[in-house]
Design a protein around this ligand. Structure first.
Ligand SMILES: [Zn+2]
Length: 63
């Protein structure tokens, strides 16, 4: 299970259900993934990439 620091939890937006979180992901079009937080037991969104640094240029959305 993904451990979440309390400080991170409090900074993040939380969603009551995974469906709520997914709705935000689809609406944003960003590569985000909902996960259950073991601090607040609600869902937060996290970036899908695994600790891989992405150069600034790559984060520019085109089209
Ligand atoms: Zn949380």
């Amino acid at each position: 299970m993904l451990r979440t620091r309390l400080s991170i939890c409090r900074k993040k937006v939380s969603y009551r259900t995974e469906a709520d979180a997914l709705a935000i992901v689809f609406a944003s079009g960003l590569p985000l993934r909902p996960y259950r937080c073991d601090r607040c037991l609600q869902f937060h969104l996290t970036s899908r990439r695994k600790g891989k640094r992405v150069p600034r240029m790559a984060s520019v959305v085109t089209g």
